[in-house]
Design a protein around this ligand. Structure first.
Ligand SMILES: [Cu+2]
Length: 460
């Protein structure tokens, strides 16, 4: 028996016809890492050749509904290997994008298919995770927003990705080398130009009485931002993507360490032509407008404070009574140093470490070891004391899961994925190890991470 083409189509009904046009057959959306030229410095200064995603800085905004999937084929059009980390996402380990731990780096001309679910709504970002000290500094980062099914009652949602760049003002080029012993052994690479959303002078317009959601993301390599509002007042509603149980009125300076995010809901209180801005603290204790807000008109402000953002799933508190206790000590750097640490299986004194380009260690181990710092059973609660024996602050970031700081009286703070640790101020974090895989724990001052302050834990 033979089939005519007509019979074949008829026999399969409409399904065959659908199959021929299924969107799944289409190529996945791409994200291309490539060089581009942009105007980073103020107008009148030269342009800058950056490493970008899709030619823009920041890279393209990726925005998906909560519970949806992010699907991007990374195309590496750079001359060096790279990979993409999706910062703060409670992600499938194989998609975490850490070159040398969760995947091989993508060689020049190569591709990698990222495809993962996003269980938690919030403000996230993505960035290179291969030689990130240089690749992020050259521009390889972008914003990832996971939208709540029911967004908060605001008039507008504004993304403010804070960053800084270290440029030669005469040429517009990045100052090299990126691996500079002075910055690596001190506070990290700090830019001489601060900007928002890839622009030196980023501004907003708003009306008196308008209620805005401001999503602040610190994409800088090492800079800790001190921030304050002018002509606006409001609440913190989320940290590192995760909603607070209750909006917290903004009464003090906001400290935003590298990689941290904060979501604010603010009301514009300035009258027309009155100053309004997001201010940043300068080193001389003065304040300067980082984002100027031009106030144009007026409307009746809302009377009520904002409702909390809807809670994400999986916010159960870790059971401290059952938790295993670990301690991670931050060591090394200028002015503190350390006696010795193990690097690539060999114990070296501080001089020997410096000769190998290592300035930092976590509990006596400099850089990644073959075996994890700890192996946790799936579902096991854990508490980790972080002891800073250096003279510098460090923004410590855990991949794959958020944690909570244990406060006085064993209270548990809000969920975070990056926490700022100050010298001689030990702090303790806790979480339940419920995401299996190999997870990096490292300083997000990227020069520190590159020169020793990186370890990993395994959740079996
Ligand atoms: Cu650090």
């Amino acid at each position: 028996m033979t089939f005519t083409r007509r019979a074949f189509c008829a026999g399969l009904g409409g399904v065959a016809g659908l199959a021929l046009t299924r969107p799944a057959l289409a190529a996945p959306p791409t994200l291309t890492a490539r060089k581009a030229t942009v105007q980073l410095a103020p107008e009148g200064y030269p342009t800058t050749e950056v490493w970008s995603y899709d030619g823009t800085l920041p890279g393209p905004l990726i925005r998906v509904p909560q519970g949806g999937r992010v699907t991007r084929q990374l195309i590496n059009a750079l001359d060096v290997p790279t990979s993409v980390h999706w910062h703060g996402i409670r992600i499938d380990n194989a998609m975490d994008g850490v070159s040398g731990l969760t995947q091989d780096p993508v060689p020049p001309g190569g591709t990698f298919d990222y495809d993962f679910a996003v269980p938690d709504a919030g403000t996230y970002w993505y960035h290179a995770h291969k030689n990130s000290m240089e690749q992020v500094a050259r521009g390889l980062s972008g914003v990832l927003i996971v939208d709540e099914a029911t967004p908060p009652d605001v008039d507008r949602d504004e993304i403010l990705m804070l960053g800084d760049w270290l440029l030669d003002p005469d040429t517009g080029a990045f100052v090299e080398p990126f691996a500079n012993p002075m910055t690596m052994s001190h506070g990290g690479r700090t830019g001489n130009l601060v900007g928002v959303n890839g622009q030196y002078a980023y501004g907003l317009t708003a009306e008196t009485g308008e209620r805005l959601r401001l999503r602040l993301i610190n994409s800088a390599n090492a800079r800790i931002f001190g921030l304050r509002l002018q002509g606006m007042s409001g609440w913190t509603v989320a940290l590192d993507g995760m909603p607070l149980d209750q909006p917290e009125p903004l009464t003090t300076e906001i400290i935003l360490a590298p990689a941290q995010r904060v979501d604010l809901i603010v009301d514009v209180t300035a009258a027309v032509d009155q100053p309004a801005a997001l201010l940043m603290a300068m080193s001389d204790d003065s304040w300067q407008a980082l984002v100027e807000v031009t106030v144009t008109g007026g409307r009746t402000p809302r009377a009520d404070p904002p409702a909390p953002l809807p809670a994400n799933p999986n916010t159960a508190l870790p059971d401290l009574s059952q938790a295993r206790s670990l301690e991670i000590a931050m060591e090394g750097g200028a002015m503190a140093g350390m006696d010795s640490a193990v690097f690539e299986g060999e114990r070296l004194d501080f001089r020997g470490l410096i000769e190998r380009g290592q300035y930092w260690a976590l509990s006596g181990q400099s850089g990644l070891s073959d075996t994890p710092f700890a192996t946790l059973q799936r579902g096991e609660p854990v508490r980790i004391k972080l002891v800073n024996r250096t003279v510098f602050p460090h923004a410590m970031h855990l991949h794959g899961t958020h944690f909570r700081q244990i406060g006085p009286d064993r209270t548990l703070g809000p969920l975070r994925d990056t926490i700022l640790s100050f010298p001689d101020e030990p702090l303790e974090i806790a979480f339940t190890a419920d995401n299996p895989g190999k997870w990096l724990f490292h300083c997000h001052m990227l020069a520190h991470a590159a020169t020793g302050m990186t370890t990993w834990i395994e959740v079996a």
